[in-house]
Design a protein around this ligand. Sequence first.
Ligand SMILES: Nc1ncnc2c1ncn2[C@@H]1O[C@H](COP(=O)(O)OP(=O)(O)OP(=O)(O)O)[C@@H](O)[C@H]1O
Ligand SMILES: [Mg+2]
Length: 347
Amino acid sequence: MSNLSEIQIQEIKFLDELLDQVIILDKSKNICCANKSAYNRFGSKLEGKNISSILRDAKLLDSIETSINQKKTQIVDVEVKKPNFQFYKASIIPGPSKLCNQEQSVIIFLKDLTEVFKTQKFKSDFVANVSHELRTPLQSIKLGLETINQGHATNDFESQKKFLPILLQQTSRMETLVSDLLSLSKIELEEHIRPTDKLDLKEIILHVVEIHKQIIKKNDISVDIKGEESKYIILGHRDRLVEVFTNLIDNAIKYSPKGKKIYISLVNNNESITVSIRDEGIGIPKKYIPRITERFFRVDPAKSKEVGGTGLGLAIVKHIANQHRAETDIKSEEGKGTEFILTFPNS
Ligand SMILES: Nc1ncnc2c1ncn2[C@@H]1O[C@H](COP(=O)(O)OP(=O)(O)OP(=O)(O)O)[C@@H](O)[C@H]1O
Ligand SMILES: [Mg+2]
């Protein structure tokens, strides 16, 4: 910056007000000056560095050459993969300019579209996942109906009857998926609204355990609840919390072999209330733990098919926890079990 003239300093000051990054290269593609946003993004010692050392992208380098040779502005998408994914729309304007009067210099304007790009990718992945998840049961239903309508079961009432449980099972799978999706989008819309009802977490957990009584008995599972001696009051939304504990207890049962135990504990210290739900089930491989709350993520899709489930349960839990300003933590060891911990702020 020290070699800049008064007029150049004025220009830079104006550029410093921009959120976009502006970088000016001399004829050797070395940075001769940059605005504040560029320094914040790429580091304070930019002068003299070659552009390829901060943005290594072949398309960008080609476009700089084209811009100089054709004396025309070039617009190009720039993707940086490491250390973090970044996506820019770059405008490369050929110099000379007030900021660099050398022939073959260029001004690069970078518009950071990383968040827009990520949101778009998330949306298109989501639509692809939903379509896939809906198509699978739909295909089974169609196949069953075709067999009844024109296949070998057309005139055979007994064979037709055999298809009915499959048709019903697949229809209810679709119904669950659609209602989970609706639930998820509703929670997302309300995530910023802080719940205001005073509720006792212990009462909700006991209610959810009661709902699961039959399946717990069927799987010969015993539930150990600690923390029944006091009240655990938080500001919450009852139906949503029922949904949280239903999903967690449902997972603890689903992913545990018969005859195991589920440990539920509540701890109230002055600042927060912690609920832990621990099972002695199949556990989650370490590498998958960070992905476990992603929509549709399942460790073993084949196992999920067998036990049922859409892979939306923990995504729903995560959003409801966020709405309650609760922190979530998952500890798990393959073959040993899983512990899901929720820490609510004390009301
Ligand atoms: N307690 C647990 N023990 C072992 N694995 C678990 C446990 N909880 C979740 N998982 C793994 O995490 C995945 C995602 O769980 P999630 O609850 O979101 O979906 P799901 O149980 O497959 O379906 P859904 O909850 O929508 O019926 C599961 O498929 C399973 O692989
Ligand atoms: Mg689940």
